[in-house]
Design a protein around this ligand. Sequence first.
Ligand code: G3I
Length: 334
Amino acid sequence: EDKGLKTYYQDYFPMGVAVSPYAIKGEQAELIKKNFNSMTPENVMKSGPIHPKENEYNWKDADAIAEFAKANGMRLRGHALVWHNQAPDWLYVDENGEEVSKEVLLARLKSHITEVVTRYKDVIYAWDVVNEAISDDPDEFYRDSKLYQICGEEFIARAFEYAREADPDVQLFYNDYEVINPVKREKIYKMVRGLQDAGVPIDGVGIQGHWSVFEPSEETLRATIDRFTGLGLEVQVTELDVSIYKKEHTRREKLPTDDDTFTDELKKKQIEQYDMIFKVFRENKEKLSSVTFWNVSDQYSWLDHFPVPDRKDYPLLFGEDNQPKEVYWTVVDF
Ligand code: G3I
């Protein structure tokens, strides 16, 4: 009999899942209740969706997810207060269409963070305060976003301070992807160290974990977890999935070698990869305070439309039919 993912892992860490409004209704809702005890809103709490105009918030979808979490006794991770992506256009310009000053942008960020954090104070235990501020380019430190262009690196420290002011008890995270890449990892380490040294209120680092059947290796995964826990902060895996494709973040076209079929060979590779990943996670249970999957089942994954449109992926533990895949049984059998 299947006890459900969260029960097998009850002595390890909470099991989380990223959800959009469709997932908290119908079949996926049942799957969520049985298997997960933590949720992250996939999109609806990002600044664009939740704050479309300066004086207008769209709370409906975010409230529905918060209510679902409360009703089912689940933990909720907030995602994400400050991100260059899915941010509303109004944020950066004044009423004449001119780019705003650093002071104005920081004031807008403060007001946004205060409103959103305060509203979900009773249910959100941790926030991704700043998401993906580090560049993928080895020759560049910070990502060259609008936020950075207008404020420089200062927006990062200020965002954490505004969030702390709004809720003294919530855990505050920096969250990023490709942290298995040693160059990017060291930049993140350095930035977080700098924030700590400056007395900025940061509690944790989120390892997104958008991985594949090809990476990371066990050695790299261990090195990544060790490096961040070495900061003395909470470490969480915030956006786990294991794609069947090689990762190339800049590629947007389907290659002739991309085949949408989930072959037996790939299934086997995925089982081995998830098996290794969860073995390492379990061994690090004192250091990892949460593991969250990015989407519920292979019925829908963000990877079905990114980086290549219309390329089906099979990155999760539950299948297109919302039933446990073979890999699920490997992950819960230890
Ligand atoms: O809501 C609109 C809809 O009105 C419109 O018709 C449709 C047409 O394209 O787009 C819809 O918005 C899409 C949105 O997801 C909601 O489905 C956006 O185009 C699409 O870009 C957006 O993708 C999200 C992506 O972040 C944005 O970069 C993914 O769902 C979401 O899974 C993904 O999540 C991110 C994390 O927040 C941060 N880390 C990486 C992770 C994966 O990229």
